[in-house]
Ligand binder design. Structure first.
Ligand SMILES: Nc1ncnc2c1ncn2[C@@H]1O[C@H](COP(=O)(O)OP(=O)(O)O)[C@@H](O)[C@H]1O
Ligand SMILES: [Mg+2]
Length: 416
């Protein structure tokens, strides 16, 4: 045993608790105790034990009810619950599993059996934790891969405006260097005029200078150069902000998030991927409720879909053919869930491979162009992690629509 594992013992019978606690302590476990279901939930939330030994019949709140509640809360849902019951008729055992228990031991119990079963479930729990850890690493790897892929595009996106802002600034500097002496002469002319002197000669000189430096051209170009520069800097700032928002992994716990915003960010971050092949159409529900989710991971899913859509358009129209297709993004509040659709007017997915696109490493792209991980990651994130659904509608030569549905109201189950 690497770290000491904590077992929560829940039983209204004190003798049972003491017996179990003593024996488990002898085997190297640390234990905490509760005498009813309500207290058990409180301790489970506070201590996050490795496993819970749960009596069924107790005052205040029985074991079944406590189990149902703990399974509905994010913080306690993954903790295995092993029931101990003196009513071990089949219906009761069935109920123990139905409410989310992982096992059921009849009372009076044999300590040896309890320990053996505990060891099995703790082992399973460890394996599950490891799987989750691996899954998290995979997600991170996929994210790094797509950030890497984006980096070149983002660099280009920043480089272009940076270049013309630089050119414009140099133009403004040169122009100002020409304007400054002319303005000096104008000032002199004014002083002469105010003093009542003859300023005909000075006025002619100023006029000549204005012609020489092409004042009309300067007056026309100056505001344009400034406007362009401001716009360029805004573009840089938008993409930097989007990149920052996107690569920031977000809170590790789920939180309420504005998915319209996630979509906007993702569109901006991926602009270099789609802008030469697609027009983006947006139909975002302005009343979209915030969704309890890992926003960073959902953004990652959306990115994968947009990149796939752009690829499908490139495949259909050819790179640089000048003909653009459409990527359509929409969000909708469907009451019990939020729906996000990513559609493209691209090459479509042939019927015979539609079943396989969510498989890990399935790709129809050449080596170096695809790794086949995008949709499998999307499926894991949406279905396993967010209890949502992801489906696809496609027609070869016409286009493809991915439909993501994320359930609403999960925060209610997760609050402690
Ligand atoms: N929008 C789309 N249009 C056409 N085919 C698609 C689309 N999205 C995904 N596919 C198909 O699904 C496969 C798997 O996609 P994905 O898991 O993202 O991996 P990759 O993009 O690396 O190939 C792609 O290779 C492609 O054949
Ligand atoms: Mg992909």
């Amino acid at each position: 045993m690497k770290t000491q594992q904590t077992i929560l013992i829940v039983d209204d019978n004190r003798t049972n608790r003491v017996l179990l606690a003593r024996s488990l302590a002898n085997s190297g476990y640390s234990t905490i105790e509760a005498a009813d279901g309500a207290k058990a939930i409180e301790l489970a939330l506070e201590h996050r034990p490795s496993i819970i030994l749960l009596d069924v019949q107790m005052p205040v709140m029985d074991g079944f009810e406590a189990c149902i509640r703990m399974k509905s809360m994010e913080k306690t849902a993954a903790i295995p619950v092993l029931f101990l019951t003196s009513h071990s008729e089949p219906a009761n055992i069935e109920r123990a599993f139905a409410v989310g228990g992982c096992d059921c031991i009849a009372k009076p119990f044999h300590m040896g059996e309890v320990k053996a079963r505990l060891a099995v479930h703790l082992g399973l729990r460890e394996a599950t934790d490891m799987l989750e850890e691996t899954h998290a690493q995979l997600l991170l790897a996929q994210k790094m891969e797509s950030i890497g892929q984006l980096a070149a595009g983002v660099a280009h996106e920043i480089n272009t405006p940076t270049q013309f802002v630089g050119d414009n600034t140099r133009f403004l500097k040169d122009t100002f260097e020409q304007l400054a002496p002319a303005l000096g002469q104008v000032r002199q002319l004014l002083e002469t005029a105010i003093a009542g002197g003859d300023c005909g000669r000075e006025a002619r000189a100023v006029k000549e200078l204005f012609e020489e430096i092409e004042l009309d051209y300067i007056l026309e170009e100056f505001p344009t150069a400034l406007d362009q520069s401001i716009e360029g800097l805004q573009r840089v700032s938008t993409i930097v902000k989007a990149m920052k928002e996107f690569s920031h992994s977000g809170p590790s716990e789920m939180a309420l998030a504005d998915l319209n915003r996630s979509l906007e960010t993702t569109i901006n971050v991926a602009s270099h991927e789609w802008k030469y092949v697609a027009e983006i159409e947006k139909d975002l529900d302005s009343d979209l409720p915030h969704v309890f989710c890992h926003a960073g991971e959902i953004a990652q899913v959306l990115l994968n879909m947009i990149v796939n859509a752009a690829y499908a358009l490139r495949e259909k129209h050819g790179e640089g053919a000048g003909k653009k297709g459409v990527i359509r993004l929409s969000t909708r509040n469907a009451g019990r869930y939020v729906e996000i659709r990513v559609s493209d007017s691209g090459s479509g997915i042939p019927e015979e491979i539609r079943q396989r696109i969510f498989d890990p490493f399935f790709t129809t792209k050449a080596v170096g162009e695809g790794t086949g991980q995008g949709l499998s990651m999307a499926h894991k994130v949406v279905v396993q992690e967010h209890h949502g659904t992801i489906s696809v509608e496609s027609e070869v030569g016409v286009g493809t629509t991915f439909i993501i549905r994320l359930p609403l109201g999960r925060e209610l189950a997760a609050v402690s």
